[in-house]
Design a binder for this molecule. Sequence first.
Ligand SMILES: NC(=[NH2+])NCCC[C@H](N)C(=O)O
Ligand SMILES: [Mn+2]
Ligand SMILES: [Mn+2]
Length: 347
Amino acid sequence: MALRGPALRLLRALLGHTCQQSRSQSVAVLGAPFSRGQKRRGVEHGPKVIRDAGLIDRLSGLDYSVHDFGDLNFHYPEKDEPYMDVKSPRTVGGANKKLSTAVSRAVGAGHTLVMLGGDHSLGLGSAAGHAQQCPDLCLIWVDAHPDLNTPLTSPSGNLHGQPVAFMLKELQNKVPDLPGFSWAKPFLSCRDLVYIGLRDVDPGEYQIMKDLGIQYFTMRDIDRLGIQRVMEVTLDHLMARKQRPIHLSFDIDAFDPLLAPATGTPVNGGLTYREGMYLTEEIHNTGLLSVMDLVEVNPVLGASDEAVQATASLAVDVIASSLGQTREGAHRTMISSKKKDTEQLCL
Ligand SMILES: NC(=[NH2+])NCCC[C@H](N)C(=O)O
Ligand SMILES: [Mn+2]
Ligand SMILES: [Mn+2]
């Protein structure tokens, strides 16, 4: 009898299967030119400007075999009326379903995957597809915003402020069925999620974070503890019971708007360049990064070409650093084992 669905996933999880590919030497890049999770057009050009800023060459230069899967082609329903004040549910649900299939396939084929957005509603499809292959993944969400509103708490009706609510098992009964989202079953438990960089949290989101006891670090926490301690606590928290694959969902608006001006919902007082590099270096050093999203780069919103270039090249730096680019002279840190202290420099 052929194994299918949950049984196959369980077997794969037991065998470690593709989820061991966190140390894969093969990186796949997938563009998701999608903007309907919020109202500002332009973020669908994110994949293009990030590629134009030299992403593929940078990753090849780190000695990965890089597979550029190009951009997904999204189809839009003709009519997509709001549902409970949530905008474009069928369009966003359909795009995320398509993305989840593509991500699952790429991870299943053994690649470490870089997903280029697009708006952050895509975090749902990306993490859901990843979870199909790696049910024990954990999620590090780096963002000014927790994107944890439910359709009932959202002040804007924008789905890019809601993806995490659809992931969490603990919110299953609090999230109504939206048209276009019947495929999206919660797959993450709130203890397997850590937020870093928060500084614009809606009242409903704050309530959920407190009620569920989600681990989060605001910019104030980073001021207080320093990024080194924040990363230590984050990784201890997520790896306490066992080592597991990491899904990194990086919203470029986590950075200070002075560094990343070309984005739709900038908030003052964000990450410095050095904090962003340290954060991603530490993620790489675990040897467990399996999928990362880089979202919300919107070239239409830069005040000048320079502002757009700066934002896109910052995105490339974040991705390269997550994949091992160092500030230490060696061009890439090779992970020889999942233990941090056994890392080797590849000269
Ligand atoms: N991915 C983002 N940039 N999200 C911004 C969300 C803003 C606000 N919290 C909302 O729900 O609309
Ligand atoms: Mn976000
Ligand atoms: Mn954000």
